[in-house]
Design a protein around this ligand. Structure first.
Ligand code: DX5
Ligand code: ZN
Length: 224
């Protein structure tokens, strides 16, 4: 069953010189989660932030921190992000050979475990991991940068995961969020929602125009 729509604005598109106030402003504008893109210059060709920034931002919002780790290796850093205040920790199977172990590690720390797949990764490859995941993140751009165009092949993956998640969770208390990340704007938001996504990450479209625009930006993404 498709869950209520939630928006997870990516602070990658926020003003890095004023991140605390940016997180406050996007939370007040209606963000459900705060998406934190962590990049290592190795798994992806860009560098962003680490656990110290997550810790510094934690007092600025009560929204769950949706931490997207685009780093390899990932296991040595999971505990630091958990302690810094991450609520959801999402990792890529492409980043190492033992993603199942990483999901167990995240859950063992009492956090929700997410599994992210790149545009070139077959959706079926995550099916065996679903029983150990609380969230699946379909990348609709190649990870590394904000502001890229939506890759339509993500739609079929979302639909396939919707069916698979529904079959797995039917009649149980289990909940697996189906999230999509990259190139989300009001137009693509409607398409991914129709395909079955329930959490939408948006960087550029959420933070465009500065703080006076955040509420309207999020409303447009919700399609209201
Ligand atoms: C890309 C990141 C995304 C990015 C999305 O590697 O994972 O979260 O911030 O940015 P937009 O919404 O601008 O495509
Ligand atoms: Zn992301």
């Amino acid at each position: 069953m498709q869950l209520p729509l939630r928006l997870s604005p990516s602070i990658l598109a926020a003003d890095f010189a004023d991140l605390g106030n940016e997180v406050r402003a996007i939370s007040a504008a209606g963000a459900d989660y705060i998406h934190v893109d962590v990049m290592d210059g190795h798994f992806v060709p860009n560098l962003t932030i680490g656990p110290a920034v997550v810790r510094a931002l934690r007092p600025h919002t009560d929204r769950p921190f949706d931490v997207h780790l685009m780093i390899s290796p990932v296991d040595p850093y999971v505990a630091a992000f958990a302690e810094a205040g991450a609520d959801i920790i999402t990792v890529h199977p492409e980043a190492g050979p033992h993603v199942h172990r990483t999901l167990q590690l995240v859950r063992g720390l009492g956090k929700r475990a997410g599994i992210a797949i790149n545009p070139g990764t077959p959706v079926e490859s995550v099916f065996p991991l679903l029983p150990d995941a609380d969230l699946v993140l379909v990348m609709s751009v190649n990870p590394g940068f904000g502001g890229q165009g939506f890759i339509p092949g993500a739609l079929d993956k979302i639909a396939a995961l919707r069916a698979r998640i529904d079959a797995l969770c039917a009649g149980t208390e289990r909940r697996i969020d189906l999230e999509v990340d990259g190139g989300i704007n009001p137009q693509t938001a409607a398409r991914v929602r129709a395909a079955g996504a329930d959490v939408l990450v948006a960087g550029t479209a959420a933070f465009a125009g500065g703080r006076p625009r955040y509420e309207a930006n999020l409303r447009a993404l919700r399609g209201a």
